[in-house]
Design a protein around this ligand. Sequence first.
Ligand code: ATP
Ligand code: LTN
Length: 335
Amino acid sequence: MGEEEKKILFSAVQPSGAVTIGNYIGAIRNFVKLQEEYDCFYAVADLHAITVRQEPAVLRKNTLALAALFLACGIDPEKCVVFIQSHVPAHCELTWVLNTVTYPGELSRMTQFKDKSAKHAENVNMGLMDYPVLMASDILLYQAALVPVGADQKQHLEITRDLAVRFNNRYGQTFTVPEPYIPKGSGAKIMSLADPSKKMSKSDDNPNAFVTMSDDKDTIIRKFKRAITDSGNEVRFSEDKPGVSNLIAIYGAFTGKTVSETEKEFEGRGYGDFKLAVGEAVADALAPVQAEQARLLKDKEYLNSVLKRGAESAFRAARRTLSKVYRKVGFYSGE
Ligand code: ATP
Ligand code: LTN
């Protein structure tokens, strides 16, 4: 029994650059946590990545590196379906159908579209605008009930729900309407180390703004030492101390310590000591992940076999929903 009754979970990360500890804390960490409880599908979202310009050779390398990172972080390919989005054509096929129930106005209003259009003014393309419809297709194809993401993706989950309901109302029950799973508290949005009013983002022009999952110990310690903190010298979590509060959140994510445990640990010790401790905790936690990722990347045959198996399972699950959609909209099946 048990097995059959598990709910479905879907999430993805774009291979658009070095994965940051923000991506890890907001998303990947929960992918690992939720894999026992749900039937999980985890994708490397390469179709999404090309909505901003990518160097082809770099994209190819980042795609495999991200798949290896998923496994190195503890995603078990025996329990979860791990695959590359472009290996399953149904993602593009469902996007086309969902485009016909989507209005341009709701896409041009999306915060991410506005931000990215401003940032990549020389390349505002239809893919960038259609990004949320592709994301809705990812999720709805697998009938996912739950989608773990960071707080910045909440709006995209809302439009996914709107499209699912709209399609279901027009054509009859077809899609499960998914719920977002956003970490509680500050882990949902890790802030930039250079400007704690901004989200930590892998595409930030300032490399001191983020720590990546592949930074070495010296780099990590240096970046935390330089992190912008607030006036005063007291390690306390509070709204008027966004820099220190962000570091407390990061420290907690990597050590399992609560805010009050951290405040107590650093009572009377000041920012300097604290920043060094955060750097060391992050570097120590990442070292085994980095070693495992490097080991996996040397075993390409194994990685390719995991990804092939993943694509086949994803293909079968996606095909079931796509056939249903094609039938509902009235496509002649030839049978
Ligand atoms: P970019 O900065 O290039 O837009 P990104 O860093 O937001 O990319 P994505 O691949 O778009 O990376 O995001 C992967 C997952 O990580 C998503 O679930 C997203 O919500 C989450 N995430 C991204 N940045 C953060 C952050 N600073 N804090 C918490 N979660 C985050
Ligand atoms: N847009 C997401 C990545 C992504 C995703 C998904 C997340 C693509 N497809 C489906 C959850 C479900 C982002 O994190 N920027």
